[in-house]
Write a protein that binds this ligand. Sequence first.
Ligand code: ADP
Ligand code: LRH
Length: 494
Amino acid sequence: AATAKFLAVDLGASNGRVLLAEWDGRRFHLQELHRFANGPVQVRGRQYWNALGLWQEIQQGLARYAARFHEAPAGVGIDTWGVDFALLDAHGHLLGNPVHYRDARTNGIPEVAFATVPSDEIFQQTGIQFMQINTLFQLFSMRHHGDPLLDQAETLLMMPDLFHYWLTGERVAEYTIASTSQLLHAVERRWATGLAARLRLPTQILPPIVEPGTVLGSVVPDVLAETGLQGPVPVIAPGSHDTASAVAAIPGLDERSVYISSGTWSLMGVEIPEPIITPTARALNFTNEGGVAGTIRLLKNIAGLWLLQECRRQWQREGREYSWEELLALAEQAPPFRSLVDPDAPDFLNPDNMVEAIRRYCRRSGQPVPEDVGSVVRCCLESLALRYRWVLDALEQLTGRRLEVVRIVGGGSQNRLLSQFAADACQRPVVTGPVEATALGNVMVQAIAAGHLANVAEGRSAIAASVAQERFEPGPVAGWEEAFGRFLQLAEGA
Ligand code: ADP
Ligand code: LRH
């Protein structure tokens, strides 16, 4: 048939959703079936994900589909945020609850790991940027702290692989999410078992790797019964790393485009055919993550809207509720370029109180301290836009190309003030949308696997025909140039 219904489960660090995409032969019609909050749960000083709660929500989303449609979907696929994982015992049961990447267990751990394997060697093999949140450092911290689960584990599953396992009973590692671990050999696209062994990490727990678009199996009978779904329901691995799916879905993404996948993080980069593993890439701390259809995502993690999410949560704790629209309106009224922060400073990885962390940073660096809500939000957004400018320059240096347009997708692409700031700071036109790029990339890879689309290029054209986009032209650069000069000094002095 020319038409088909696909389900995308997209779990981001701040929220998850289950979407239905109806393919009509030319376009995808997307509708949200279920949306729910996601975030860390703190117990006795450790931060976890609520894995069972997420599983409940996934099943709830599937049940909503079943209640409305009495036919099996053509596919269901799951993508999630990167780097986090579950450990399973020999019977496939969960060993402990997956730990959140912002948990403090990896504080100071990279330096300890580098004493065993120098960072240059790790980068040479994996091509992945150094962040303490990477799976490699989480596992190494377990070894370092003598966590007994590491030796009890039979299997490691990255988060989307875990949910795919719960859906199908199949234990595999999808390639794009595996690449975020920093335990995958970038060029050979296999587990870097030698590296893992030298770090005294168990290598036999790493499951076989499958490509995006692999049919993993079908939804098991007890999940069909629980959700009311009609079987058989094929489970098709998308680019299971949310960012891989998001990039796959960007209309018009070519050699002259930079993307920003904007949500909790801003993932800013380019799509390239082969990893760039050079001393410059290492020095600039860029990453080469696996993309769909054999591509590489050369990008940098920028702390992103996490800063704003956490400020909003802080104000909420203080009894002040703001919508995103209200926060942006206040920022617009605040004076420009007063105080700037480096969003990627360690101060902002997981502070108890983000608003205070921002104020402390400004005080320490001799800047005016932002007091009112609008000034704090403006500080976050201007600083992010300046960080985008820095990453754009670095990407041009790395690729040797002029990059002419910035394409912003994800929940954060609804932030029109930030999109304009990005255009101004980068002096490039910005094209925004789709908001649900990740879900669209997820279903697109399923639709390719099911034979409805020939390839990603065709999929991107179909997505372009399915969604609305908006364009922002760069405004006057003057204030931004001066601010960028100050921003550069901050990052150096931090
Ligand atoms: P993740 O997948 O990391 O959980 P999303 O892609 O869902 O993140 O993006 C969530 C972010 O999108 C929020 O933190 C917020 O900053 C932004 N956002 C969501 N809705 C709006 C809106 N209406 N206006 C502006 N920004 C928004
Ligand atoms: C964005 C994301 C990003 C990872 C981070 C942990 O959701 O997947 O690409 O680095 O979460």
